[in-house]
Design a protein around this ligand. Structure first.
Ligand code: GLP
Length: 237
C-alpha cells in the first residue's frame, strides 16, 4: 500500500483528483467505481474544475441505501449527480448507479455485477472508509460477501447515517453494495480518509493484521492500493 499523509482535507482532495485525472488522461474510457459520502466531495469539486474530457468514462457507484428514492437529497444517486455528473460531460448512458427504488434489490445487484463485467471490469475504484472500518457498505462481520449484494446496515452505521435524515425512522436499514470481491477485482484502488473519527479504522489498516471484522484491512491483500489521509486520520498510525 502506498500512503500519502496530507496536511488537510483540501490537500487530500487535490491529490486524489490528480490521481483520478491521471487515470482518465491515460485511458479516456476508464471504468470507474465511485463513492458517495462526505469524504470525496472535495475531490469531485477538484475534478469538475479540471474540465477534463469525461465523455467516455463509465461510472459505477459503490453502494446505495435501500430503499431510497432517487429524488431524496440523501440518496447517493442524487448526491453523485449534484456534485459530479451534472457538472461534467459524461454520457448519461455511461452512468450506472444502483436503483434504490427497485422492488427486487437482489436482481438489481445481480445485474449491477453483470454490468461491471460487461464494461470490462473496474480500472480504478475510489473508496471512503466507515468509522467502523466498512468499505462501501461491507459492514464488519464474521463473513463477507464476494459479489454485489443486499446488506443489513449495522446499528452504528444506521446511527451515523441518521444524523443526516430528518427522523431516525426515515434512515434506511439496508443497502446495496459492491462486495469485497467486486472491489478487489478493480485494477487500482484509491482510498481516502479524513478527520479524527477515521483514525482508529485507519490505524487498523496499518496494524499488520487482517480481519473481516474490519473489512478495510483486507485491502492489504490487493496489489495496487493508494491511501490518502489527512493528518487527523493518520494520527494513530
Ligand atoms: C458510508 C458509505 C461509504 C463511505 C463511508 C464514509 O456509509 N457507504 O461508501 O465511504 O460511509 O462516509 P463519509 O465519507 O461520509 O465519512
Amino acid at each position: 500500500m502506498i500512503k500519502f499523509v496530507c496536511n488537510d482535507y483540501n490537500e487530500m482532495s487535490r491529490l486524489a483528483a490528480e490521481i483520478v485525472a491521471g487515470q482518465i488522461t491515460a485511458k479516456r474510457d476508464s471504468v470507474l467505481g465511485l463513492p458517495a459520502g462526505s469524504t470525496p466531495v472535495g475531490m469531485y469539486m477538484e475534478l469538475v474544475k479540471k474540465k477534463l474530457d469525461y465523455k467516455n468514462i463509465i461510472a459505477f457507484n459503490l453502494g446505495e441505501y435501500y430503499p431510497i428514492s432517487k429524488r431524496n437529497n440523501l440518496s447517493y444517486y442524487n448526491l453523485l449527480h449534484e456534485i459530479f455528473f451534472n457538472k461534467i460531460n459524461i454520457r448519461r448512458e455511461n452512468i450506472r448507479l444502483f436503483d434504490g427504488e427497485t422492488s427486487d434489490p437482489d436482481e438489481e445487484c445481480r445485474k449491477f455485477e453483470e454490468d461491471i463485467n460487461r464494461a470490462g471490469g473496474l480500472d480504478l475504484i475510489v473508496l471512503g472508509i466507515g468509522s467502523n472500518c466498512h468499505i462501501g457498505f461491507n459492514e464488519p462481520s464474521d463473513k463477507l460477501v464476494l459479489g454485489t449484494h443486499v446488506n443489513d446496515l449495522t446499528p452504528r452505521t444506521i446511527k451515523e447515517s441518521s444524523k443526516f435524515f430528518a427522523t431516525p425512522e426515515e434512515t434506511p436499514r439496508r443497502s446495496m453494495t459492491m462486495g469485497m470481491g467486486t472491489i478487489f477485482a478493480a485494477k487500482k484502488i484509491l482510498l481516502l480518509a479524513n478527520g479524527s473519527n477515521k483514525a482508529d479504522a485507519v490505524a487498523q489498516m496499518f496494524s499488520g493484521r487482517i480481519s473481516t471484522r474490519c473489512p478495510a484491512t483486507l485491502l492489504n491483500l490487493h496489489h495496487d492500493v493508494t491511501i490518502i489521509l489527512d493528518s487527523a486520520a493518520a494520527a494513530k498510525i
